[in-house]
Design a protein around this ligand. Structure first.
Ligand code: GNR
Ligand code: NI
Length: 177
């Protein structure tokens, strides 16, 4: 994680078709995978964001990095490889979501408040965790990316199109600035 060769990678933004890819499982957690996760973490911190899926940096593999620590608290990087939801609560909650692939766009998404996960960690060892609150929201948001799904895909077509149009307009204004 303190490797000098770490790099900030470009983040794909909607409506890039590459964000719709279904990511492939990782066969072996090797140094190449760890180097990618290090770059993803640096990219996420620089953005800044609280989570990032590999497909967002154009690597369609089932890899997620996350850090939910508060601004001035010590960092708490987390790594999830080949994550699976093995249980989800019946109870749902509404979360306000954003996405680095839909910069500065936010809306409400309803999801289970709690999920149980199985995944491989940074070392490639199997782990289980129960996620609640922001952790549950974030891991479900990231796992959607592995299926090519963005948070706007949970909204009505009207709301989704409004957000995508707003994004196009913001991009056009930025390009002409
Ligand atoms: O940085 C991010 N914030 C966020 C806020 C609420 C719900 C989900 C997220 S994830 C997002 C970064 C991102 O786009 N990850 O895929
Ligand atoms: Ni996202």
């Amino acid at each position: 994680m303190s490797c000098p060769a770490m790099a900030i990678l470009p983040i794909l933004t909607a409506p890039d078709a590459r964000l719709k890819a279904v990511s492939r499982s990782v066969a072996t957690v090797d140094d190449g995978v760890r180097a990618l996760m290090d770059d993803m973490l640096e990219t996420m911190y620089a953005a800044p964001g609280v989570g990032l899926a590999a497909v967002q940096v154009n690597v369609p593999k089932r890899i997620i990095v996350m850090d939910l620590a508060r601004d001035k608290a010590p960092p708490e990087p987390r790594f999830f490889i080949n994550p699976e939801i093995i249980w989800q609560s019946e109870q749902v909650a509404v979360f306000s979501e954003g996405c680095l692939s839909l910069p500065e766009m936010f809306d409400l998404v309803e999801r289970p408040v709690s999920v149980r996960l199985r995944y491989l960690n940074y070392q490639g060892r199997p782990q289980e965790d129960t996620a609640e609150g922001l952790f549950a929201d974030c891991i479900q948001h990231e796992m959607d990316h592995l299926e090519g799904v963005l948070f706007v895909d949970h909204l009505s077509r009207l709301k989704r199109n409004a957000i995508l149009r707003k994004l196009q307009k913001a991009r056009r204004l930025a390009a002409n600035a």
